[in-house]
Design a protein around this ligand. Structure first.
Ligand code: GRF
Length: 208
């Protein structure tokens, strides 16, 4: 069983899709061990509680330093025996300590076809506005590993949606969100089956 922590800041629709997939037996090797949010009133925490799952509010504001916040996150992960960190609308950058300790075991979903339309400032409606302004014929969703650089880690899964005449940022967001809800559970299943193989950079350096 792969034990996951789900981190989110808002409504948590991707988390709901993941829970539905677990309850529907579509990802039998994954179990949610804890849900964490930096917002005490986030929908994602309500959903966790409604499903009897540990729901933890952890925010940088509760700690004197970034390091203390990172250590609290790491403690929570280890208390719940977390193997994989799943970012689902988490609006905060993870501290380097967390990224290093969970290297290749942190995934995120982004509402565009990375590497396009990613990076600093590319979140929420801004992504869809940028896609429309660029005149793209397709957008989509991307599940990727998280490393030190924003939206730059290895891509695990992508699915596209057509951009059609008359699309608004809102209509495009809704189309993309539907595929997010399909591919995030699928990507977690692949991960849990051991079918996400990432290059081991350290050993590459070591052997050369
Ligand atoms: C999604 O669009 C996701 O791609 C982005 O944040 C949004 C989260 O939505 N990273 P939700 O909280 O899962 O509904």
């Amino acid at each position: 069983m792969v034990r996951i922590a789900v981190l989110g800041s808002g409504r948590g629709s991707n988390f709901k899709a993941i829970l539905d997939a677990i309850h529907g037996g579509r990802i039998p090797n994954v179990t949610v061990s804890v849900v964490i949010s930096n917002n005490s009133d986030a929908g994602i925490l309500e959903t966790a509680r409604a499903n009897g799952l540990p729901a933890v509010h952890l925010s940088g504001k509760q700690f004197p330093t970034e390091e203390a916040f990172a250590d609290a996150l790491l403690r929570t992960f280890s208390e719940h025996n977390v193997h994989l960190i799943v970012l689902a609308g988490y609006m905060k950058l993870l501290h380097l300590r967390v990224i290093r300790q969970y290297r290749n075991r942190i995934v995120n979903i982004h509402p565009a076809l990375l590497p396009k339309f990613g990076g600093r400032g590319m979140y929420g409606m801004r992504v869809h506005e940028a896609v429309l302004a660029a005149g793209e014929k397709f957008s989509g969703a991307t599940v990727h590993l998280v490393d030190e650089e924003y939206d730059r880690g290895a891509i695990i899964m992508q699915r596209s949606v057509p951009v059609t005449d008359g699309d608004t940022p809102e209509s495009l967001a809704a189309k993309v969100l539907r595929v997010e809800h399909e591919i995030y559970p699928e990507a977690l299943r692949l991960f849990a089956e051991g079918n996400v193989v990432v290059p081991d950079n350290e050993s590459v350096v070591h052997h050369s």
